[in-house]
Design a protein around this ligand. Structure first.
Ligand code: HEM
Length: 206
């Protein structure tokens, strides 16, 4: 057991297998045929929330754990975080964002309200409150996604010299890039809670 739990890949694959078994069992027990759209919607919803946890979990790690504690770390030990931990966290952070966005758009399309939500209900004369609310959540999350890929990631690459892409950047430019990344990361933290309220809030209006 210790050997199994010490092997992250094995644990992750086993967790995935258990999730699939559970979805199949409940899908079949609930009378959902495997070729029904309801079953696949449930699967995509699961992928979406899982990826959302991966993304926002790392956003919260940066904002609630890493950034506030960096000043307490002696300078000579900081590279352990900036050279090893942060680049690894940024990998799961930005790719989690991609899977969340793609699965979220797919979910909206499968649910039949993609255009209504993206137009914040305008395409149907603002007649369905639920579609306006999920649209608000989708737009907030899309702004967050844009911040990740167009601002936070490029600036972190400069600030931390990830993959040695900016070896000659002046210290002041590196610090400015780090500051920009931090401010946009903090903006995403600000948007995250209303975004999530909209995502889960549609259940109240169902
Ligand atoms: C990036 C763009 C995103 C899009 C386009 C999107 C889209 C959607 C859609 C269409 C739904 C289905 C709502 C319904 O029940 O009708 C949904 C639900 C949900 N989303 Fe997102 N979402 C995004 C980001 C996120 C993020 C970042 C999170 C963070 C964890 C998240 C968490 C959730 C949760 C928890 C649900 C509720 C699932 C349920 O009630 O079964 N979403 N999202």
């Amino acid at each position: 057991m210790v050997k199994f739990l010490g092997d992250l890949k094995m644990v992750a694959y086993t967790s995935l297998a258990l999730a699939i078994a559970l979805m199949l069992a409940f899908g079949l027990a609930g009378g959902l045929a495997l070729d029904s759209s309801a079953f696949w919607q449930a699967v995509v919803r699961w992928v979406h929330v899982l990826a959302g946890i991966m993304w926002i979990g790392h956003l919260y790690y940066f904002n609630f754990t890493q950034i506030p504690n960096m000043p307490k770390i002696p300078d000579e030990q900081k590279p352990a975080v900036t050279k090893v931990i942060a680049p690894a966290a940024l990998f799961w952070f930005r790719w989690g964002a991609v899977v969340t966005l793609v699965s979220g758009l797919l979910l909206a399309w499968m649910n039949g309200y993609l255009v209504a939500a993206l137009t914040l209900g305008a395409s149907e004369g603002f007649s369905v409150a639920r579609n306006i609310l999920i649209g608000v959540g989708m737009w907030l999350a899309t702004i967050m996604f844009i911040n990740v890929w167009l601002v936070i990631w490029p600036n972190q690459q400069k600030a931390l010299n990830i993959d040695n892409r900016f070896p000659d950047l002046a210290a002041a430019d590196r610090a400015a890039a780090g500051k920009t990344a931090m401010l946009f990361s903090r903006t995403n933290t600000l948007l995250s809670m209303p975004m999530l309220a909209a995502m889960v809030g549609v259940q109240w209006l169902a």
